[in-house]
Ligand binder design. Structure first.
Ligand code: PGA
Length: 265
């Protein structure tokens, strides 16, 4: 795991956007896995600005989001489809038909969504870069603690803590879905590369487990320790419980030193 610790959340957003721009420069038709929540918002704003300035194009990009609530219409203000349209897709030059979420609108059998989503990811050639946030309880996507580390896209019942944290987005608590469809952990592990973002003190315990804890379904993100190419992009606050913090900073200095030797090549 590459643990990159930056001074604040703005720097995390800028670095995350830069990495996506670099990938799209090298592979304009890349397949991106995307996340919702508060954490990636600033990075999406930066990508929108980069796109408007012509620094990056999404014309040939395909995206797959991690998750979606069961039983919400696409135009429901609380749906992740609406979030993604509002925060990113309508701000960039992406073809809307290339933006996918595991939608499960009313009347759709939730059990049918997962296998179809997995097939669509495979048909697109797999995910080149998966963007992730992390829950305070260590979830990635909606893979809550005790999720199978070998899980695929499927229905997941949300924990009380996740429901409580997300309830602020729902005016009417009765309208908040209790279940969602989420990419599984094995689905996420299939991505060629993973970029996990976390900012703030409230993520420090989950980040400590992710990077330094034992691999365990109790902290689903720890499965990423078994992935070959993961970057953990965090601010000082989210890094505050890392025991080997000095080592990660040292690695960062060595990386910069090495890079500067090859700059201009
Ligand atoms: P957040 O959510 O970015 O809103 O903190 C992250 C997550 O729950 O995965």
């Amino acid at each position: 795991m590459d643990v990159v610790i930056l001074e604040n959340s703005d720097a995390v957003a800028a670095e995350g956007a830069q990495r996506i721009c670099t990938l799209l420069g090298e592979k304009p038709d890349a397949v991106l896995g995307l996340a919702t929540g508060r954490t990636p918002l600033a990075m999406y704003r930066q990508l929108a600005a980069d796109c408007k300035r012509g620094r990056v194009t999404f014309a040939d990009v395909t995206t797959f989001n991690l998750d979606e609530y069961v039983g919400l219409n696409a135009d429901d203000p609380q749906s992740y489809r609406r979030y993604m349209n509002r925060e990113l897709f309508e701000q960039i030059n992406i073809d809307p038909s290339n933006t996918k979420l595991p939608m499960c609108e009313p009347g759709v059998n939730p059990v049918s969504v997962g296998p179809r989503y997995e097939a669509a990811i495979r048909a697109a050639g797999g995910i080149d870069l998966q963007v992730l946030g992390i829950g305070q309880n260590g979830h990635i996507g909606f893979n809550e603690p005790t999720s199978s580390l070998n899980s695929r896209t499927r229905v997941k019942t949300l924990t009380r803590e996740t429901l409580e944290r997300n309830s602020q987005y729902f005016d009417d608590a009765d309208g908040q879905p209790l279940i969602a469809v989420t990419m599984g952990i094995a689905t996420i592990m299939d991505a060629t590369a993973v970029l996990l973002l976390a900012t703030g003190q409230d993520k420090a315990a989950a980040i400590q487990q992710l990077v330094e804890g034992p691999v365990s379904a109790m902290w689903p993100a720890t499965a990423l320790q078994l992935h070959e190419t993961v970057t953990v992009l965090i601010d000082d606050a989210a890094a505050s419980r890392l025991e080997k913090r000095a080592y990660y900073d040292w690695v960062g200095q060595q990386r910069q030193r090495l890079q500067s030797q090859f700059d201009g090549e």
